[in-house]
Design a protein around this ligand. Structure first.
Ligand code: NOJ
Ligand code: NOJ
Length: 462
């Protein structure tokens, strides 16, 4: 009898292992295909017919909702994907093509910067696809946009410099005339103290997301300025980045145990203080320089609270399948068509959580050490670990390695969740209906594709 039980459990283990292997084997394959499809769809939304060269439409959808505009934030994030592919391209045809796309974006951005607009500066959130200013009422300014645009173009400039193309950089990206990069850095460094609208275009105030991406632009900009001998500017950018660091510490709410998205703002019910913009802020704003790292207890606590809330909020999360679908914030009422509906999970927020786990695992590994504290224990408990406050583990400990593995595996669960709800042909809209799981809101949202691509790229680093 004992022997029988023994053999039976061995067989169970084998079956379990092969089910896992099949699932993840398949996941790898899906991710390869999906990454390819996403990149093609993303490129289709850059300068589509009827738009000026360099335009990135937020979505091809022209009505219900009308997203056929160039949003500075979305476009900057999407172009960063293009710049990364340009850097990695080995095929000269593709490389040349991608470079052309970036130059078109540079020219269109200069046009945006020089077009008089209702914000009166670089914080104008969106433009018509012919480059003219959008004059309707809108949440403006949105001061994350110019910071993101600058960061993307700084990455491009750095790569050109590493190819020895300094003259080109000095002629077209960074100089004393209307320099596309400096224009934004000047705007950010002189305006970050002013309030504006958040990345979700709804709340007026100071925002963690905005200030994180501003800090990054100023530091990367300061380094570029230094490299090009623009010493005074470089010191100025660094000094403003330092002040932003102090500001950023103010978003920690010890009572709630989370980083809150907004301070000195309001006008919207966001009493929970939970917002996936915090995770996006790390992806788009962190420099791996020790400032609010992924491993920060406050970050882990924030993520644990958010997951718990979104899990409970959205019925699809309790369908028995792995992966929590994540929304913008629990009180959200924008359903993709109107602002008095029922909020849903978003593809780009769910992909951002996948990316969070891959980047966290990488950071943990680099750090080589993990200490459980009352603040991070709920996070690790949700990961399936049985932590005790005060315990410390270092690289090489079995538990440390297991934690790394579970971290990566949990990242995969978010991607499995997206796979489950993606439309035929891997099409991704903005949202996932919280009851039915069907795609909802703007179809083929460019940022959805970009977010999945960057999540997959960070997974590949493993
Ligand atoms: C309201 C949404 O909440 C906001 O995020 C969106 O940008 C606008 N509507 C426009 O679609
Ligand atoms: C609404 C989102 O809230 C905002 O972040 C985005 O820029 C626009 N839609 C366009 O995609």
């Amino acid at each position: 009898m004992k022997q029988l039980i023994f053999f039976f459990s061995i067989i169970c283990l084998l079956v379990q292992a092969s089910v896992e292997a099949a699932r993840y084997g398949e996941l790898d394959q899906w991710l390869n295909e999906q990454s390819h499809l996403s990149f093609n769809r993303l490129r289709e939304n850059i300068s589509p017919p009827g738009t000026a060269p360099g335009v990135v439409v937020a979505s091809p959808s022209k009505s219900n909702p009308d997203y056929f505009y160039h949003w500075v934030r979305d476009a900057g994030l999407v172009l960063d994907v293009i710049v990364n592919r340009y850097k990695a391209a080995t095929d000269s045809g593709l490389k040349g093509h991608l470079e052309g796309t970036v130059w078109n974006f540079v020219d269109f951005s200069i046009r945006n910067q020089s077009t008089p607009n209702p914000s009166g500066g670089a914080g104008e959130p969106k433009f018509h696809v012919d480059g003219s200013a959008y004059l309707g009422s809108w949440g403006r300014p949105q001061n994350d946009g110019p910071a993101i645009r600058a960061t993307t173009l700084i990455h491009f400039a750095n790569n050109l410099l590493s190819q020895g193309k300094e003259t080109l950089v000095r002629e077209r990206l960074y100089h004393s005339g209307h320099s596309v990069i400096k224009f934004d850095l000047e705007y950010v460094s002189h305006n970050w103290r002013n309030r504006g609208f958040d990345l979700w275009e709804e709340v007026y105030g100071h925002h963690f997301y905005t200030q994180m991406v501003q800090r990054r632009a100023l530091i990367e900009g300061g380094r570029l300025a230094q490299r090009l001998g623009d010493t005074g500017a470089s010191q100025w950018y660094f000094s403003q980045a330092k002040e932003l660091e102090y500001q950023l510490s103010r978003y920690w709410d010890p009572g709630k145990g989370v980083f809150v998205p907004t301070i000195e703002g309001g006008g919207k019910d966001k009493h929970s203080g939970l917002d996936s913009a915090i995770v996006l802020a790390l992806h788009h704003g962190s420099l791996n320089d020790g400032f609010i790292p992924y491993t920060d207890d406050r970050v882990l606590s924030t993520v644990a609270h958010q997951e718990k809330e979104f899990f409970q909020k959205y019925p699809i999360n309790r369908d028995g399948n792995p992966g929590i679908a994540i929304g913008r914030y629990p009180e959200d009422r924008y359903d993709g068509y109107s602002s008095n509906g029922e909020g849903n999970p978003w593809v780009l927020c769910t992909a951002a959580f996948a990316e969070f786990y891959y980047r966290l695992a990488r950071n943990l590994e680099q750090q080589g050490k993990l200490r459980f504290t009352p603040l991070n224990i709920p996070f690790f408990r949700a990961l399936g670990v049985q932590p005790k406050a005060g315990q410390t583990f270092v690289r090489g400990d079995r538990i440390f390695d297991q934690i790394l593995e579970s971290t990566i595996e949990k990242g995969d669960h978010f991607l499995l969740r997206i796979r489950r709800h993606a439309d035929v042909g891997g099409r991704l809209a903005e949202q996932i209906n919280r009851h039915s799981g069907f795609m909802q809101g703007a179809r083929d949202l460019t940022w959805s594709y970009a977010s999945l691509i960057t999540a997959i790229e960070h997974r590949r680093k493993w």
